[in-house]
Design a protein around this ligand. Structure first.
Ligand code: URP
Ligand code: ZN
Ligand code: ZN
Length: 463
């Protein structure tokens, strides 16, 4: 047994001072001056106690862009835990012709003995054949995978056509799953990439110039239109721009089941980073790309007004040396992705709550609660309540610190937020009642993270 005392408990709806009694993996009691014999005492004086962060968008140990992401399930989840995240949902990739079951087994092998926090999988859909359609119910029922990912970009690699998206939307509706889309118009991007390369324009900035925000807006609108036609449900990942937010907001005002995620990088960095000299711009190459600064204000406004709903890290880390460098002569060969699993939680607190852009309850909803609801984990995760898993973050809001690759725990050789001053730090982090981070030290164990079978999608419950 453990008791957390003297902290201020903050959930998506409440804030109050109370003790939390943890028995085994669950929260057993919340109240004033809880008296129990033999419980380990944890002092949270001066700190907030938040529900453990849930990162709904990670890519660990993933082959991509001719290489493999630097962080695997061990380094990635250790970094996540240091950052206040106790659950991740990672994207399991599939290939055409392979059974879904096999693809999921491959991802289980990657995670099983390595994860230090809990994890689930989303399943990428590469094709919708009769065999795939037959397998989907068992993937939902037996594996508890209740979200499917469709890429509308990365032509000739991950991109699928509208028929596949539409059939996936219909199938998800029938069986109780949420469809996630990477919404960019991959065909037009491919034309622009070829045009720039033919003109000898090979520098990292052309990654951004070949993927204008209009193409994200178009794909977002198309996915929403198909969702409405299929009477289905849609979650748009890594929303970056005004055009896409406007489409999502419009869909919501029509009462459609459409949600949107953004990521810390789009809130604090802008397209000028891709223009940094000596190929340093490659550190900021991911998709969709960073945008002009004015889009940031639209994203913050959307978070504040409930037009965007979650914060994912889209953690997809590649070293600058040896990996990003694959694209020195050709921006289209730079592996797409950046390292954000560790800083997602604190950056949103610091830039959002401390700077007065969102409330502390919106913060909890965005980094934890809403993902638990949308992805079938609530109320087991995503809140602080009797009977919920004891996934807890003791967070000191008074710490001032500078983000740096010198001190981060991700395996990657740079930090895209290098030099950024943030307020707040997770001091102690528990996952299912066990310390993973104790007084800023990692005390967890690879393999302790548990695979999470998730409940079916229930739109009527979580709007
Ligand atoms: O550039 C990115 N975002 N890499 C990860 C894959 C994806 O598109 O989410
Ligand atoms: Zn994507
Ligand atoms: Zn991603």
């Amino acid at each position: 047994m453990k008791v957390i005392r003297n902290g201020v408990i903050v959930t998506a709806t409440d804030m109050y001072e109370a003790d939390i009694l943890i028995e085994q993996d669950k929260i057993a009691m919340i109240g004033k001056n809880i008296q129990v014999d033999g419980a380990e005492e944890i002092d949270a004086k001066g700190c907030y106690v938040f529900p453990g962060g849930i990162d709904p968008h990670t890519h660990l140990d993933m082959p991509f862009g001719g290489t493999i992401t630097k962080d695997d399930f061990e380094s990635g989840t250790i970094a996540a835990a240091f950052g206040g995240t106790t659950t991740i949902i990672d994207f399991c990739l599939t290939t055409k012709g392979e059974t879904l079951k096999n693809a999921v087994q491959v991802w289980h092998q990657k995670a099983k003995d390595k994860a230090v926090i809990d994890y689930g999988f989303h399943l990428q859909i590469a094709e919708v054949t009769e065999d795939v359609l037959k397998e989907i119910p068992s993937i939902i029922e037996e594996e508890g995978i209740t979200s499917f990912k469709i890429f509308m970009a990365y032509k000739n690699v991950l991109q699928v056509d509208d028929e596949t998206l539409f059939k996936t939307l219909l199938t998800a509706k029938e069986h109780g799953a949420l469809v996630m889309v990477h919404a960019e118009n991959g065909d037009v991007i491919d034309c622009l990439v070829k045009k720039f390369l033919a003109e000898g324009k090979t520098a990292p900035i052309y990654h951004a110039l070949s993927r204008p925000s209009a193409l994200e807006g178009e794909a977002t609108g198309r996915a929403i239109q198909l969702t409405e036609l299929a009477d289905s449900q849609l979650y748009v990942v890594h929303v970056t721009c005004q055009e896409a937010v406007d489409k999502i907001a419009e869909a919501q005002s029509k009462g459609l089941n459409v949600w949107g995620e953004t990521c810390p990088q789009y809130l604090v960095l802008d397209v000028s980073y891709l223009d940094r000299p000596d190929f340093e711009g490659a550190k900021y190459v991911w998709s969709p790309p960073l945008r002009e600064k004015h889009h940031q204000e639209r994203l913050w406004h959307a978070l504040k007004t409930g037009q965007l709903h979650t914060i994912g890290s889209d953690h997809c880390s590649f070293d600058f040396k040896g990996q990003k460098e694959l694209g020195r002569e050709d921006f289209s060969k730079i592996p797409n992705g950046g390292p954000f699993i560790e800083d997602r939680f604190t950056v949103l607190f610091s830039e959002g709550v401390v700077k007065g852009r969102i409330t502390i309850h919106q913060f909890v909803d965005l980094v934890s609660t809403r993902s638990a609801k949308l992805f079938g984990l609530f109320p087991r995760k995503g809140t602080i309540a009797v009977g919920s898993d004891a996934d807890l973050v003791i967070f000191d809001p008074n710490v001032e610190r500078i983000i740096s690759a010198k001190t981060h725990h991700m395996a990657v050789d740079y930090n895209a937020l290098e030099g950024m001053k943030v307020y707040g730090e997770p001091i102690t982090v528990l996952c299912r009642g066990e310390f993973v981070i104790k007084e800023r030290q990692f005390v967890g164990k690879p393999g302790n993270g548990m695979y999470l079978k998730r409940a079916k999608f229930r739109p009527y419950q979580w709007r």
